[in-house]
Design a protein around this ligand. Structure first.
Ligand code: PGA
Length: 241
C-alpha cells in the first residue's frame, strides 16, 4: 500500500483531485468509482476547478457511486444523488447517461442490485475507486459483521454509522436505517483504489486497515489484499501508523 501524508484538508483534496484527473486524462473511457461523505467534498471542488481551467475533460467518463440510502428520493437534500449533482455532476461535462448511483424505486431490490453489478461489468470494471472510511472501518456501506457481500446489496446500517451520519440530518431519527451499497467484490476488482482519510476519529480505523488482521469485522482491512491501494491521509488520521 502506498501512503501519501498531507498536512491539511486542502492538500488532501488537491492530491486526490490530481490523482483522479490524471486517471481520467490518460484513459479513453475512464470508469470511476465515486464516494460521498464529508471527506471527498474538497476533492470534487478541486476537480471542478480543473475542469473549468480545461485541465480535465469528463465527456467520456463513466461513474459508479458506492452507495445510496434506502428510502430517500433522489431529490432529498441528504440523498447521495443530491450530493453528487450539487457537489460535482452539475458543474462538469459528464454525460447524464454515464452517471450511475444505486437506487431502487419501482424495481425489485435484488433486480436493481444485479443490474448495477451488470453495468459495472459491462463498463469493464472500475479503473479508479475512491473510498472514504467509516470510524468502524466500513467501506461504502459494507459494515463490519460476520460476513461480507461481493455484489451490490441492501444493508442494515450499524448504530455507529447512524450516529456518525446523524450530523447531516435534523435528528438521529431522520437517518435512514438501510442503504444500498456496492459490495466488496466490485471494490476489490477495481484496478486502483484511493482511500481518503482525515481527522483523528479515523486514526484507529486507518491503523487496523493498514496493519490489523484481515477480517470482515473491519471491512477496510480487505484492502491489504489489493495490489494497488493508495492511502491519502492527513497526519491525524495517520497518527497511529
Ligand atoms: P466521511 O464518511 O467522509 O463523512 O467521514 C466516510 C465514510 O463513512 O465512508
Amino acid at each position: 500500500m502506498d501512503i501519501i501524508l498531507v498536512d491539511n484538508y486542502r492538500e488532501l483534496s488537491e492530491n486526490a483531485a490530481a490523482i483522479v484527473a490524471d486517471e481520467v486524462n490518460r484513459r479513453q473511457t475512464p470508469v470511476l468509482g465515486l464516494a460521498t461523505g464529508s471527506t471527498p467534498e474538497g476533492m470534487y471542488a478541486q476537480l471542478i476547478k480543473k475542469f473549468q481551467k480545461k485541465k480535465v475533460d469528463f465527456s467520456n467518463s463513466i461513474t459508479f457511486n458506492l452507495d445510496e440510502y434506502a428510502g430517500l428520493s433522489p431529490e432529498h437534500p441528504q440523498s447521495y444523488h443530491y450530493y453528487m449533482y450539487r457537489n460535482f455532476f452539475d458543474h462538469i461535462n459528464i454525460k447524464p447517461r454515464n452517471i450511475n448511483i444505486p437506487y431502487c424505486e419501482d424495481q425489485d431490490i435484488d433486480d436493481a442490485c444485479r443490474e448495477y453489478d451488470r453495468k459495472i461489468i459491462e463498463a469493464g470494471g472500475i479503473d479508479l475507486q475512491i473510498l472514504g472510511i467509516g470510524i468502524n472501518g466500513h467501506i461504502g456501506f459494507n459494515e463490519p459483521g460476520e460476513y461480507l457481500y461481493t455484489g451490490t446489496h441492501l444493508v442494515d446500517l450499524t448504530e455507529e454509522t447512524i450516529d456518525a451520519n446523524s450530523r447531516f440530518f435534523n435528528s438521529r431519527e431522520d437517518v435512514p436505517q438501510q442503504a444500498i451499497t456496492m459490495g466488496v467484490g466490485s471494490i476489490m476488482h477495481a484496478e486502483k483504489i484511493l482511500v481518503m482519510a482525515c481527522g483523528k476519529n479515523k486514526a484507529r480505523a486507518i491503523q487496523l486497515m493498514c496493519c490489523g488482521k484481515v477480517t470482515t469485522k473491519l471491512p477496510a482491512s480487505l484492502l491489504q489484499l489489493h495490489r494497488s491501494v493508495t492511502l491519502l491521509a492527513d497526519r491525524e488520521a495517520a497518527s497511529l501508523l
